[in-house]
Design a protein. Structure first.
Length: 199
């Protein structure tokens, strides 16, 4: 197992277009006639700065993926509705340098417009072990990072991480979270932006 020391910067550009579109085939009994909103999420890039390990050339091999979960209300189980293929990233930065790897993956789901509906977007970044497998599968979670954006529906209002969205209004906010995965003070940064529009 590589003992990689690096700082991760996750940039998530998230767009949710919440419309009032009906299903195209209301006469089909297998298709609900409940109005739906399409929710699209995209993960643009992952960047690394080697600010923890003074030894040059210490590589970090990672995968990054995006997952969207939905549930009917807070009492229901989460259902993974969409997931992108994990993209392999090689973040090999010299000490103090910045290195980026583009991801450009996106996923979307159609969710019913009903009270209590919830949606969750998860960014999963995992370090690979020496065999190229997700290290977290072996219980090694020191270098596995997850960032979340949660949204829920209440009447005509949609809320995401506490924000209230109204028709024809756009909401944008940047998030920054720090993790401390080891006892040497190396910090992991997760930064992403969200833009949601109701129309």
């Amino acid at each position: 197992m590589k003992n990689t020391r690096c700082s991760l910067l996750l940039l998530l550009a998230l767009t949710a277009a919440c419309g009032g579109t009906e299903r195209d085939r209301p006469g089909d009994p297998s298709v609900s006639d409940v109005p739906t909103d399409r929710f699209t999420a995209s993960l643009d890039q992952v960047s690394s700065t080697n600010d923890c390990d003074p030894e040059p050339g210490n590589p970090g091999e990672f995968t990054a993926s995006l997952e969207i979960y939905t549930r009917a209300d807070e009492t229901a189980e989460w259902d993974r509705a969409a997931v992108t293929t994990p993209r392999e990233l090689v973040l090999n930065a010299e000490y103090g340098a910045l290195n980026s790897s583009l991801v450009n993956e996106s996923a979307w789901v159609d969710v019913p417009r009903r009270d209590g509906q919830e949606i969750l977007v998860a960014i999963h970044v995992a370090e690979l072990d020496d065999n190229g497998a997700d290290a977290s599968l072996d219980g090694y979670t020191q270098y596995v990072y997850d960032a979340y954006l949660g949204c829920w529906w209440s009447g005509d209002n949609r809320r995401c991480n506490g924000g209230r969205f109204e028709v024809a209004r756009t909401y944008r906010e940047d998030y920054f979270d720090l993790f401390n995965p080891n006892d040497e003070g190396c910090q992991i940064g997760a930064v992403w932006s969200t833009t949601l529009t109701l129309r």
